[in-house]
Design a protein around this ligand. Sequence first.
Ligand code: G
Ligand code: G
Ligand code: MN
Ligand code: NA
Length: 252
Amino acid sequence: FTLEAELRQAIDNNELRLYVQPQFDGQQRMRGAEVLLRWHHPRRGLIWPGSFVPIAEETGLIVELGDWVLRRACGMLTRPELAEGTLRISVNVSPRQFHHAGFVARVRDILAETGADPARLTFEVTEGLVIDKVHQTVATMSELNALGIHFSVDDFGTGYSSLAYLKRLPIQELKIDRSFIQDAPSDPNDAALVDTILSIAAHLHLDVVAEGVETEAQAAFLATRAPMLYQGYLYARPEPEESFLARLRDAS
Ligand code: G
Ligand code: G
Ligand code: MN
Ligand code: NA
C-alpha cells in the first residue's frame, strides 16, 4: 500500500483527527484557535500533516480532505462550549482546494449543513495562492468575505507575494512565520523583520498572529511591539478536539 492509497481510505476508516491550538491575546485571554489535521494511522501511528498534506495536494485528495476538515471545524463551532462565545476558528485552506471549481459553493453547503456562523471562521492561506491567479483569488476571497469569513496569510514573509498583491487582496490578518519569531529577541535582523511585518499590518489595518511562540523571551519581545495574538507551545500545544472543548468547559 502506498501512502496515497491509504490516504484515500483514511476518511472512510475514520482515521483523521482534528487537533486544535488556542490563540491568546496579550492579557492571556483565549481569542481563537487553529484547527490542525492529524492522521491516526492504524500501523504507522500518528502522522503529521507535513507528511501527507503535500500528497493530498498533488493528488487532488485535498479537496475531499479539506471538506472534511471544514465540516468538522464548523461542527465544533456549533458545540455548546463554543456556540455562544466569540472565539474565532482558523482553518488551513491549501491553494488547490481554494482554486478548485465550486469551492465557494461547497463552503456554503457546509455552513448550511452545520449551521455554523461564518463570521467566526478564518481561512488561513499561504502567499503561493496568488501566483498567476490574482483576479481569481480576489474574486473568490471577496465572495467568502461577503459571507463573513476572514482571511489570514499564513507563514507570512516566507513566500513570494509582493506588497502590491497584498494590498489588492481582501485579507484581514497576517500570521508572522515562526522562523522570524524564533530569534527576534537576540537577532537584530529578525527583530527588524518582525517590526517591518507589524508596520505593514498596521498600515493595511490587519490583525496579527505571532505563531510558534515558545519562550518567555519571545513573548516579552513581542509584547513591547504592538497588540497581537500569540500562538505557540509556550501557551498551549495542539490538542485533540475533545480536550480543547474540555479546556473551554473548565475555563467557564
Ligand atoms: O502540524 P504540522 O506542523 O505538521 O503542520 C504542517 C503543515 O500542515 C502546516 O503548514 C499546516 O498549515 C498544514 N495543515 C495542517 N492542517 C491542515 C489542514 O487541515 N489543511 C491543510 N490544507 N493544511 C493543513
Ligand atoms: O503552517 P501552519 O502555521 O499552519 O502550521 C502550524 C504548525 O506549527 C502546526 O503544525 C503546529 O503544530 C506547529 N506549531 C504550533 N506552535 C508551535 C511552536 O510553538 N513551535 C513549533 N516548533 N511549532 C509549533
Ligand atoms: Mn496555519
Ligand atoms: Na504557519
